[in-house]
Design a binder for this molecule. Structure first.
Ligand code: NDP
Ligand code: HSE
Length: 439
């Protein structure tokens, strides 16, 4: 009996948590409830958890003595084989992950910011110390996307990775579109459901999606795609009216993150709201769902969909990485083999259709002036809607859909249009995403 017990104990893997918030709590619960002393296959044990404020009430069945602000209880603790970083942020997370890897501990993280900005360095430290650094939960919550890009799709030349990879903004946009909900109310709801980042401007202003597309692009193209070369625009300028007009034109609006190779200009990575045709599958990805399309030269198009945020879906991805290590993953599987320089394209050269909404004086000649500036920038108009005419004030909404145009030309036309005396405000400029022959 004694021998049997000690064999079981040997199979128990010590886990140390850095962070016991939304995701950390879900992970601790999953370990305790599913991989506790009675689990005969993969027995895990939460040895210690480090938090910022150890006086806060915790919603998990962990001995209070295991929760502290003392980093030494986790990093370098010989009883802890796997450190799970669920704090977020860049500098401290980088330092803690580095220290753990150098102490010979494996690391699992859900931190897209640190993996985007310092991932290559961390992965090199993992390799140098012969330990694993896994980060499946850092992109698209519960959807397995890093594993497939790192393992199953390596034979492919990837043409594009395109997705809805921020759950909070998709939740907000969906509620604005379907329920006419107010932006700040829905953001508060997303926060209470545990979807948003601790500073939700990272979601709303597109940075969270930017970090994630940087991580995916590094894996897909075996190159460093620094965050400062990625075009980034969030959802603050999208208004309820835009959903109404987009729908009349056959579109909805989503925050897209795209990394795409063009044989002439190179790799372009961009995050921005986009009109997408109602008939493409991504148009129906609503609420906290995320989806990622990957196009490889051998496999063709692939489509991944699932919950992109929230405690349990994210916990599922974190637990997958923990169990892989605890069960003895043999290859490092952490990083693309070698990173090569790749030409990075400029957003200025991006070509797409544009949706423009402006508030103009309802007077003869207004449209002609706008059309003149577009024409001078070599942009032709596909269609025009005049809406919501306010007779009393003499204003109207003018909604213009252009033919495909170069970004730099559009920006130059827009700055001239803004100067027109008859244009009271240029309210929205939203790119239309190109899908096959549709747009
Ligand atoms: P929370 O804000 O809920 O939790 C953060 C935890 O880290 C808290 O327990 C906090 O302590 C602790 N912490 C923060 N700073 C420190 C510090 N300096 N020292 C010690 N502990 C610290 O965040 P989430 O759980 O939502 O997110 C964690 C990570 O997971 C982030 O990287 C996030 O981007 C990522 N992620 C989140 C998803 C989600 O749906 N929420 C989905 C996918 C990834 P205390 O509790 O005392 O404040
Ligand atoms: N705040 C992130 C989101 C969490 O809303 O997608 C998942 O990474």
């Amino acid at each position: 009996m004694g021998t049997y017990m000690s064999a079981l104990e040997q199979r128990s893997t010590g886990i140390g948590l850095l962070g016991l918030g939304v995701v950390g709590t879900a992970v601790a619960k999953a370990i305790i409830e599913r991989h506790g002393p009675n689990d005969q296959s993969t027995r895990l044990n939460v040895v210690a958890a480090v938090v910022r404020d150890d006086s806060r009430k915790r919603y998990v069945d962990l001995d209070t003595s295991a929760i502290s602000t003392n980093l030494d209880t986790v990093i370098g603790n010989p009883d802890i084989a796997i450190v799970v970083e669920l704090m977020g942020g860049e500098d401290l997370a980088f330092d803690y992950i580095t220290s753990a890897l150098k102490s010979g501990q494996h690391v699992v993280t859900a931190n897209k910011e640190v993996m985007a900005k310092r991932g290559s360095e961390l992965l090199a430290t993992a390799t140098a110390n012969n330990v694993h650094l896994y980060y499946e939960a850092s992109v698209a919550g519960g959807i397995p996307i890093i594993g497939p890009l790192m393992n199953d799709l390596t034979a492919n030349k990837i043409q594009s990775v395109r997705g809805i990879i921020n759950g909070t903004t998709n939740f907000i946009l969906t509620k604005m579109e379907h329920e006419g909900a107010d932006f700040s109310d829905v953001l508060a709801e997303a926060q209470s459901l545990g979807y948003a980042e601790s500073d939700p401007t990272a979601d709303v202003d597109g940075f969270d999606a930017l970090y994630k597309i940087s991580v995916l692009a590094r894996l897909a193209y075996h190159t460093e795609v620094p965050v400062d070369v990625i075009y980034c625009e969030g959802i603050r300028e999208v208004h309820a009216k835009d959903f109404r007009y987009a729908s009349e034109l056959g579109y909805t609006i989503k925050l897209l993150a795209v990394a795409q190779v063009n044989s002439k200009s190179g790799l372009l990575a961009r995050v921005h709201p986009a009109l997408i045709p109602l008939e493409v599958p991504m148009a129906s990805v609503n609420g906290v769902l995320n989806s990622v399309e990957v196009e490889g030269d051998l496999v063709g198009p692939l489509w991944f969909q699932g919950a992109g945020a929230g405690p349990n879906p994210t916990g599922s991805a974190v637990m997958g990485d923990i169990l892989r290590i605890a069960n003895g993953a043999s290859n490092s599987g952490s990083s693309p083999s070698t990173l090569e320089p790749f030409p990075i394209a400029s957003m200025d050269d991006h070509v797409c259709q544009y949706y423009i909404r402006l508030t103009a004086s309802d007077r003869p000649g207004v449209l002609a002036n706008v059309a003149r500036f577009l024409g001078e920038a070599d942009i032709s108009i596909n269609s025009v809607l005049q809406k919501d005419t306010d007779i009393e004030n003499g204003h109207a909404d003018l909604v213009i859909m252009t033919h495909p145009a170069r970004e730099a030309n559009m920006q130059s036309a827009v700055s001239s249009i803004r100067e027109l005396e008859t244009v009271l405000q240029l309210d929205s400029l939203i790119r239309v995403e190109t899908y096959g022959d549709r747009s």
